[in-house]
Design a protein around this ligand. Structure first.
Ligand code: SAH
Ligand code: SF4
Length: 431
């Protein structure tokens, strides 16, 4: 979402004649867009500003803005501690960025913009063409969260759930496709809680899928309790919807899930997966896990490993619990850090073993790949298969924006390598 936001900030600032530069020492306005989901985010801000200061040691300083969730959560502290920062702008105040820059050009004092003005923000962004021109483009459809998991900063930094209107989303999606996008990834902290005047995520997907030159649709991140029947049916009815669902579970222990306030049990989570698989057996899942949540015993942890072995997620993101200031879990007693580290390593071993087995099975099978760009090596192209696996293929013809059947020949930890094949046989299709 920060990548989407950064691109929109760029679209906005073009209006006051700013353009993107790769050259740090030439920058007139430096915008640091930040994430606050795990610790060290604030340290990174100070570190980054320190680097900037060095570059500008003997020069007039640029305008320095800190945007995003760190600005939202710790804006006042940042402005007090680091005088080099001119303004902090929370995620719901981006529409005010141009006025802020113009004001700072006139050398006024530091500015703190951390109101939750999400309606105004999208109102002003809607009037602005999205200039994104990637083959696979992000589109934020929903922001914020009303779930209040005890460990999570999102409800405090991004605010309450807000869904953008169907009309403005179809218009922005069409713009992206006109600019060349073949795939759109619909984004939200709770993307499947999307609800605009009773229109749900499934309605939006079906509408967007009517855009002619759009080939693929994905969405992330879903919450298990919002996985309604209509969305499951959309996977059956909409061919453009890709068969990988990212469905964070966080823990395999009901005790921990309850303490986290996740609002679902392991059994309920598995039921959702079962229903989806029943409707469309080729769907695979990826997930997020928090290891070492306060109160997690070795037995609780073993249940997380069991869940991993049971579902066989083809990809997973796992992190040691990080206490976030301002969240209800912040004052809970942490578990021993060495234990948590050991558990994370064990968990990641299991996850990696499952992933490698899955990937080994893809060798000699056919994957359907949408190519996004050329790699640094001249004749090699990077793309993703339907399950979001990275694939690299050598080709003399330009593959960017094309979908091809690829025979997978080799794998490494992160990438599949293959060759274009015309020999498409349903029996060796990688599903
Ligand atoms: N809305 C999504 C998750 C959004 S946050 C959901 O509910 O599933 C993205 C991921 O960051 C989470 O799934 C979680 O695994 C991780 N995360 C969030 N807060 C964290 C914390 N305090 N410590 C460690 N990981 C955290
Ligand atoms: Fe955070 Fe996701 Fe829980 Fe919302 S549902 S509070 S975004 S982890």
């Amino acid at each position: 979402m920060n990548e989407y936001d950064s691109n929109r900030i760029l679209d906005l600032t073009k209006k006051i004649n700013y353009t993107l530069t790769d050259n740090l020492s030439e920058t007139d306005c430096y915008i640091l867009n930040t994430c606050h989901i795990r610790e060290k985010a604030t340290d990174k801000v100070y570190h980054d500003i320190g680097r900037l200061k060095k570059v500008f040691r003997n020069k007039l300083k640029p305008i320095v803005l800190v945007a995003g969730c760190v600005a939202q959560a710790e804006g006042e502290i940042l402005l007090k501690k680091e005088k080099y920062i001119d303004a902090v702008i929370g995620p719901q105040s981006y529409h005010l960025i141009n006025d802020t820059i113009v004001e700072l050009e006139k050398k006024s004092k530091s500015i703190n913009l951390t109101e939750f003005d999400v309606i105004e923000k999208f109102d002003s962004l809607n009037s602005l063409k999205n200039s994104g021109s990637k083959i696979s483009a992000f589109l934020t459809i929903q922001e914020g969260c009303d779930k209040f998991c005890k460990f999570c900063v999102v409800p405090y930094t991004r605010g309450a759930e807000f869904s953008r209107s169907l009309k403005e989303l179809i218009s922005e999606a069409s713009q992206l496709v006109e600019n060349g996008a073949k795939e759109i990834i619909l984004l939200g902290q709770n993307v499947n809680a999307y609800n605009f005047e009773k229109k749900r995520l499934s309605d939006l997907i079906l509408e967007i899928s009517k855009i002619k030159n759009l080939k693929r649709i994905r969405y992330t991140t879903s919450h298990p309790t919002d996985f309604t029947k209509d969305l499951i049916e959309a996977h059956k009815n909409c061919e453009k919807l890709m068969p990988l669902i990212h469905l964070p579970v966080q823990s395999g222990s009901n005790k921990i899930l309850q303490e986290m306030n996740r609002k679902h049990s392991v059994e309920e989570y598995l039921k959702v997966i079962e229903k989806i698989k029943k409707m469309k057996p080729n769907i695979e899942f990826s997930s997020d896990f928090i290891i070492g949540y306060p109160g997690e015993t070795y037995e609780d942890f073993q249940k997380t490993i069991e869940l991993m072995n049971n579902v066989k997620f083809i990809n997973s993101y796992s992190f040691i619990y990080s206490a976030r200031p301002g969240t209800p879990a912040y004052h809970l007693t942490s578990i021993n850090h060495d234990d948590a580290k050991k558990r994370l390593a064990d968990f990641q071993d299991t996850a990696e073993r499952i992933k490698t087995k899955y990937r080994n099975n893809l060798i000699n099978k056919i994957s359907t790949v949408l190519f996004e760009n050329k790699t640094k090596n001249e004749n090699k192209y990077f793309g993703r298969d339907e399950y979001f696996n990275s694939v690299i293929v050598e080709s003399k013809i330009n593959l960017i924006g094309k979908i091809k059947n690829i025979k997978i020949l080799d794998i490494n930890q992160n990438t599949l390598f293959g060759e274009i094949t015309s020999n498409f046989n349903q029996n060796n299709y990688a599903a």
